[in-house]
Write a protein that binds this ligand. Structure first.
Ligand SMILES: Cc1cc2nc3c(=O)[nH]c(=O)nc-3n(C[C@H](O)[C@H](O)[C@H](O)COP(=O)(O)OP(=O)(O)OC[C@H]3O[C@@H](n4cnc5c(N)ncnc54)[C@H](O)[C@@H]3O)c2cc1C
Length: 320
């Protein structure tokens, strides 16, 4: 009988990334049986010692998995799922998790709930909550098949701190059916903090009027140690890279502070930032939708508000 929770451990350059500890924390709090992890890649076995708070880490370590491919990782994850026989599988709502979870669900003949922001056990079954209708409503999903697979939004769950690593169990997966071959991989050049990891995000919208006016957004992000984001209108205009787009069809961020400058607050944009702890809006239109979600709002022209804000923050920082 399926039992326990299996989480996907994501490891980059030998280090366990934050979402892994958040998944372990969520899995432990569910209290749905033993928590185990799956670790997939090439040369990753050593990283198993860094996956803590789990009873066991299942490892598929294969040269064919050096680069992420859907078919390779599905083969590996399915082999682990067969071995571990979990009732629940949790993955991060990350680039990898978003791609892998539906394919894994299809392979295992079960269902998947994406973008979970809350979860609980109810009558022995996993119930997950996710934003719906562009963040205007919340949908609760339950499962009638096993294992229940869910992706979990980064920063929506408290991470475990410390804890011991689990026993390591190697699993061999049949890679003969893998047809994808990655011939090249280019890292997006990213200066400063990654958008998804930033505790402060400063986003600019179409109201900035030109790509040059993003200099103020960059400066504000820099003084606050944050990352730059943008609305889709801006990405569509080619003012900023699509990688910076926040929203339904962009990235989902949950920083402590989200500053929206000259962004109207369309529901599709809010779907990507409504999980922020504090939204601060700067907009010249007092009726802009963004003010409905904002904890603090400044009604005014960004051309006067932004320099004043940057100066004030610098002054506070200088005063220590
Ligand atoms: C299927 C679908 C998916 C989508 N996905 C996304 C998504 O992922 N992310 C996203 O952002 N959008 C998305 N959109 C688009 C979304 O509906 C909006 O069109 C978009 O968010 C608007 O961007 P904006 O707020 O920057 O621009 P606008 O709507 O043009 O708003 C500009 C704002 O700037 C203000 N402003 C103008 N001048 C100044 C000034 N001088 N000082 C201060 N404020 C000023 C204005 O008052 C206005 O509120 C999607 C739409 C669809 C249909």
């Amino acid at each position: 009988m399926p039992n326990g929770v299996l989480i996907l451990a994501e490891v980059v350059d030998g280090e366990v990334v934050a979402i892994t500890n958040e998944l372990v924390g969520a899995a432990q709090r569910l209290g749905a049986g033993p928590v185990s992890a799956m670790l997939i890649g090439a040369g990753v076995e050593g990283a198993a010692a860094k996956v803590t708070g789990v009873e066991k880490t299942y490892v598929v370590d294969d040269a064919a998995l050096a680069q992420y491919t859907t078919d390779g990782y599905v083969a590996a994850a399915a082999a682990i799922a067969q071995q571990a026989d979990p009732a629940i599988i949790l993955l991060g709502q990350t680039d990898m998790g978003r791609d892998l979870a539906p394919a894994l669900a299809s392979k295992l003949g079960t269902a998947v709930a994406m973008d979970t922001i809350a979860m609980e056990m109810n009558d022995g079954k996993l119930h997950t909550t996710r934003p719906a209708y562009g963040g205007n409503a919340r949908a609760v999903n339950s499962f009638s098949t096993e294992p229940a697979i869910a992706t979990v939004r980064p920063k929506s769950q408290d991470a475990i701190e410390g804890g011991a690593a689990g026993a390591v169990e190697k699993v061999s997966a049949d890679m003969s059916g893998v047809r994808t071959n990655v011939v090249d991989r280019q890292e997006a050049s990213a200066a400063g903090v990654r958008l998804e990891d930033a505790s402060v995000v400063v986003s600019g919208g179409r109201g900035l009027g030109s790509p040059e006016n993003f200099a103020g957004i960059e400066e504000l992000a820099k003084v606050l140690g944050g990352a730059v984001g943008c609305s889709r209108a801006v990405a569509d205009l080619g003012w900023r890279p699509v990688a910076e787009q926040v929203g339904l069809t962009g990235k989902v961020v949950s920083p402590t502070v989200y500053i929206a400058v000259a962004i109207s607050g369309a529901s599709q944009h809010m779907a990507g930032c409504s999980g922020s702890k504090n939204i601060i809006a700067i907009n010249k239109d007092a009726d802009a939708n963004i003010f409905k979600a904002a904890r603090f709002g400044i009604v005014g022209d960004f051309k006067t508000v932004m320099p004043a804000l940057i100066d004030a923050i610098k002054k506070v920082k200088d005063e220590g």
